[in-house]
Design a protein around this ligand. Structure first.
Ligand code: FAD
Length: 483
């Protein structure tokens, strides 16, 4: 008997649900990854850090599968890599290999669900079974429901129920290595395409401190584990190394979510508040996957339908200023430069820039969400949509519309010495701490003292926050009675 494991956003070979089930049930198990042209062709640029990240991780996974097979005493092992439309590639490959079943880990995005349905139908037509498994999240779909049997729409009670449900069974790793002898070698003549053969160019990925693949995830985890205890206190300061930076690895599955949660849960049980808080972040991740699965309409609509009545502004100049990090609000601009230069943005800053776009510039959250989708290495539809709708006050458990972040006080609070700002806005390096958060308030003599020419070296603010705040309150006001 033989089977094919189709890897997608689960680029690892340890603690892997579909791989484990295949190895346990079949004598020969092939593994494949498809560079899906349906996804790649839609990317706006041929220079994309995520494609390079996936490519590097796929190369590493090929070697890891070979080592795993050798460890299990099997000849060969390795990854079959294809480039083309996923549905066609997988059906063809399954037929070429003569397998009885194709196994994959479950996806929760509407387009991926539709793709998997098409694959399942096409496979069924040629007598091959398709099966999928929970792997990407800890608790999925209907596993956490209210007492009335309905999905939660508020995070805090969801987290409480989620924590109760998260027992040792849910956290148990799948012992893939135990069955590694069933790993089959790719057919003769298979080879891995170079990045350029896929039509993509190299990016600055290797200059960033972003190690790829399973080994990269392991390195980041080793770095974060001793810092987890301080997470609660350090996580909100973008100038400090307070967070894990594991999001891109969770996005592409180079690390198992169960492994991370088990580590956090063990430390939390010992009374570690940092681990408890970090575990809650993983609950947010599950929460948004659950929301997307139950409410796929959030893709284009507000979670709370009445908020689709908000009249957003077109504001092309303001939009350009936001995209190009030229708003005149240093924390916003530094955050946007971090995104453009590295593909990462700190969580506090994602909240600040999303609030700024929607509440200060009056621009539709969907445009910001699309911009993030193009630029974030860790872009994940569920979390990104949830985060944007939260910031715009249109989502589930969102921040209330009348609470509007002040970009200057956020800056004073979370980047007190302007360390983060200076890292990404070197033009402000000489501005004294007292003015780093809002140089527009400096007197001419103060500007002269640090050699800053406002409007030339650094832009004047594109909006006045106090006035923008009033406009936003008016914009949302008509909803006040309902909200
Ligand atoms: P850590 O603080 O170390 O957190 C650990 C993990 O928990 C993260 O890797 C992530 O998987 C999960 N997590 C943390 N916070 C959240 C959250 N609020 N929602 C869901 N999961 C969370 N996260 C993405 O993974 N992809 C996105 O596209 C994305 N877009 C966002 C857009 C906006 C407007 C906002 C406000 C948040 C967004 N987030 C997104 C959530 C969060 O900002 C990132 O997960 C986090 O900054 C990643 O850094 P880290 O791995 O160092 O996080």
């Amino acid at each position: 008997t033989s089977a094919l494991v189709w890897l997608r956003r689960d680029l690892r070979c340890d603690d892997h649900a579909a791989l484990y089930h295949a190895l346990r049930r079949f004598e020969r198990v092939y593994c494949a990854f498809v560079f899906d042209t349906d996804i790649l062709d839609a990317l706006p640029s041929r220079c994309d850090r995520r494609v390079e990240f996936i490519h590097a991780s796929v190369l590493e996974l090929h070697e890891a599968l070979q080592q795993l097979a050798a460890h299990g005493g099997a000849p060969g092992g390795g990854l079959i890599v294809r480039h083309g439309p996923a549905v066609r590639c997988i059906v063809q490959l399954a037929q070429e290999l003569g397998v009885q079943e194709v196994l994959a880990n479950r996806d929760y995005e509407p387009e991926a669900i539709a793709r998997d349905r098409r694959v399942a139908q096409a496979l069924q037509a040629v007598g091959i079974t398709f099966s999928d498994y929970k792997d990407q999240v800890l608790l999925e779909r209907d596993e956490v429901l209210t007492r009335q049997g309905r999905p939660y729409s508020v995070f805090t009670p969801y987290r409480r129920a989620w924590l109760q449900r998260l027992d040792a069974f849910q956290l148990r790793p799948y012992p893939v290595a135990r069955h590694a002898r069933h790993l089959a070698a790719p057919p003769a003549g298979e080879r891995l395409p170079a990045l350029e053969e896929l039509g993509f160019a190299r990016t600055n990925l290797h200059e960033l401190h972003l190690p790829t693949g399973m080994r990269g995830a392991q390195r980041l985890l080793q770095d974060f584990a001793p810092r987890m205890a301080a997470y609660q206190e350090a996580r909100d300061y973008p100038g400090r190394k307070g967070v894990s930076y594991l999001s891109v690895h969770l996005r592409f599955g180079t690390v198992s979510i169960r492994r991370l949660a088990a580590l956090a849960a063990a430390q939390a049980e010992q009374g570690c508040a940092g681990a408890q808080t970090w575990l809650s972040e993983l609950a947010w991740r599950d929460f948004y996957f659950m929301i997307l699965w139950h409410h796929p309409q959030v893709l284009t609509q507000s979670f709370k339908p009445e908020y689709d009545g908000v009249q957003w502004d077109e504001a092309p100049d303001l939009w350009q200023a936001w995209c190009e990090a030229r708003t005149g609000y240093p924390l916003v601009d530094a955050a946007m430069r971090q995104l453009l230069q590295t593909g990462y943005m700190h969580n506090r800053l994602r909240m600040v820039v999303a609030s700024f776009l929607t509440k200060d510039l009056g621009i539709d959250w969907r445009r910001g969400e699309r911009f993030f989708a193009q630029h974030l290495n860790d872009y994940d539809l569920a979390a990104n949509n949830g985060g944007w709708q939260w910031a715009a006050s249109t989502g589930c458990d969102a921040q209330p519309w009348f609470r509007i972040f002040n970009p200057v006080t956020q800056s004073e609070r979370f980047d007190p010495g302007g360390r983060f700002i200076r890292r990404y806005l070197p033009e402000l390096a000489r501005v004294p701490d007292a003015h780093i958060h809002f140089p527009a308030a400096m007197k001419p003599v103060e500007l002269a003292a640090c050699g800053l020419r406002l409007g030339m070296d650094y832009p004047l603010p594109v909006v006045d926050h106090a006035r923008a705040r009033e406009r936003t309150l008016m914009r949302f006001h008509f909803l006040g009675a309902k909200a």
